[in-house]
Design a protein. Structure first.
Length: 534
């Protein structure tokens, strides 16, 4: 192993650690990298054999796919988040634009609208498609910017301890709380009565996993703002995120240990002092940061009596976002000529954005049609991808499904869940491919590989509650919960990741920033100050 290219191993180094970070998803890696920049020795513990959480990649002969990075906004040096990532990776993490259009939306009656990398063009696209709704469109875009502005002080207020959190939010986050407490459906209904425009406004709900009647409008607005200047993809693939961020941790004397499955957080005299692994080993540090998801942490890692505290039970009662399946595709041939590009394609079967899942069950002889297919082509997004003589390229089809359909196989071992499970997967794969090739028929003769992942695959590898890629659903109830903040009610324990901020790669990153600054407020603010100024 060469440390400069793979800053992780199965070994846990000796010596004293300032921090243990549980989980190497985007939030955990960001927290660890900031703490490393502040001179702290950090140990990152990852239960999987590959670090990165939903930013990792996996391989099959001739192909490799990302598992959660399809498009990321606000990563250039024109944005604070882009400057933070650039600083944390010493400029080693580079991003490629998906092009002038990052998302294409296709509806059942032939209606299509593109979301471009320009806020001006985005406005004009919407106004051209809905010439009688100019006022509603302009007000919507105004609200999007107002929400984004209000969330800055909301994030600051969340760094306060929960005992004073409500007061700090009343003072610093009054506007944000108004948007957070309103559903997306309520907000767009106040703007327009046109059901198609309402659908277009909310068609990206799949980026955060909550339909308009349930989602917080602030979450919807943040996603729109996030992509106003386009979508990007890591040069070299999504695995570059872990390589560069964890490289920063290693450069400061820390390390990332894979196959290090945390069983419990050690709490002594109401103070977090370390962790106990599944194999019985104990590792101690001055402070502990859980980036494994707040809900997952309280349900699996908190020891008694803390797991029975009122705040922990309130977190456990919050609903997770829906689960998903992903069909990974391998092609050989000229896929661009067959009609695809770096842009993501959303194929909707309906204008009803409340249709939140493909209602499959193993008992069905004939599966219904999926209401939406989200299609991504990772190899076309990465300028360093080498297709070789066979012109090998990758694709992905994602759609939401009910987690309960997969419960019968939840306790089974990976790749050994039995013939019925494989038959169910085969039926889902066949139906997804039928719908996909109806839309893109010229790709069919180029397909040479396909493999379906299910919610229990997600649960096995990344450990979210009920296989949810987005964790706790971003509803008004979630954002009203006083315990979803970086400072846990236990001394020297902190939470990182998307559940203390917002969903997605950058949402999880900001959760990581909040955790690091909450743990080291003076040095953390000093680190961020020049980046905020730009």
């Amino acid at each position: 192993m060469q440390q400069e290219t793979k800053p992780w191993s199965k070994e846990i180094p000796g010596g004293r650690f300032d921090y243990i970070v549980i989980g190497s998803g985007m939030g955990g890696m960001t927290t660890a990298a900031i703490l490393a920049k502040l001179g702290k020795r950090v140990l990152v513990l990852e239960q999987h054999y590959v670090p990165g959480g939903f930013t990792h990649m996996f391989k099959r002969p001739g192909f490799r796919w990302d598992v959660g990075v399809h498009a990321v906004g606000e990563v250039t040096k024109h944005s604070l988040t882009g400057r933070i990532l650039d600083s944390l990776t010493d400029g080693q993490l580079r991003w490629a634009s998906l092009g002038p259009v990052y998302d294409e939306f296709h509806f059942p009656d032939g209606f299509r609208v593109d979301f471009p990398d320009s806020p001006q063009e985005f406005r004009e696209n919407l106004r051209a498609a809905f010439p009688k709704e100019h006022a509603a469109i302009d007000e919507y875009l105004h609200l999007v910017r107002a929400v984004a502005k209000s969330m800055k002080t909301y994030y600051l207020s969340r760094m306060a301890p929960s005992r004073v959190g409500r007061f700090s939010e009343l003072v610093f986050a009054r506007d944000a709380k108004r948007y957070l407490s309103q559903t997306t459906q309520q907000a767009v209904a106040e703007l327009t009565a046109d059901p198609r425009l309402q659908a277009i406004f909310t068609a990206q709900w799949g980026y955060y996993g909550s339909v308009p009647s349930r989602s917080s409008f602030a979450m919807q607005a943040l996603v729109v703002k996030h992509f106003l200047h386009g979508g990007y993809y890591p040069v070299g693939g999504a695995s570059e995120i872990a390589k560069t961020l964890l490289g920063t941790v290693a450069s400061a004397g820390g390390w990332t240990a894979i196959r290090a499955d945390v069983h419990k957080i050690l709490v002594e005299n109401d103070i977090a002092v370390g962790v106990r692994l599944q194999d019985g080993r104990e590792v101690r540090a001055d402070r502990v940061v859980s980036a494994a998801g707040v809900a997952s942490t309280v349900s699996r890692m908190l020891p008694a009596p803390y797991c029975d505290d009122r705040w922990a039970k309130e977190v456990e009662q919050l609903a997770p976002a829906p689960a998903h399946v992903c069909l990974y595709l391998g092609f050989e041939g000229d896929v661009r000529a067959a009609g695809v590009s770096a842009a993501n394609k959303w194929f909707y079967e309906t204008w009803d954005m409340e249709d939140d899942a493909w209602q499959v069950s193993p008992e069905q002889e004939q599966l219904p049609r999926a209401s939406v297919l989200y299609c991504s082509f990772p190899s076309l997004k990465d300028p360093e991808h080498d297709p070789g003589e066979r012109q090998r390229h990758t694709g992905e089809i994602v759609t939401f499904v009910p987690y309960d359909a997969f419960i019968p196989w939840r306790e089974g071992r990976w790749r050994k869940r039995g013939a019925q499970y494989e038959a169910f997967k085969d039926k889902m794969k066949a139906q997804l491919l039928r719908q996909f090739f109806e839309r893109l028929p010229e790709l069919e003769p180029l397909l040479v590989f396909s493999e379906l992942s299910t919610p229990i695959s997600t649960e096995h590898f990344v450990r979210p509650v009920r296989g949810s890629i987005y964790g706790i659903e971003p509803t008004p109830e979630r954002f009203a919960n006083p315990s979803l903040r970086p400072r846990a009610p236990i001394e020297n324990l902190f939470f990182s990741g998307s559940e203390v901020a917002t969903v997605g790669v950058i949402g999880a990153m900001m959760g990581g920033v909040l955790a690091a600054v909450s743990a080291e407020p003076v040095d953390g603010v000093r680190f961020l100050a020049p980046l905020v100024r730009g």
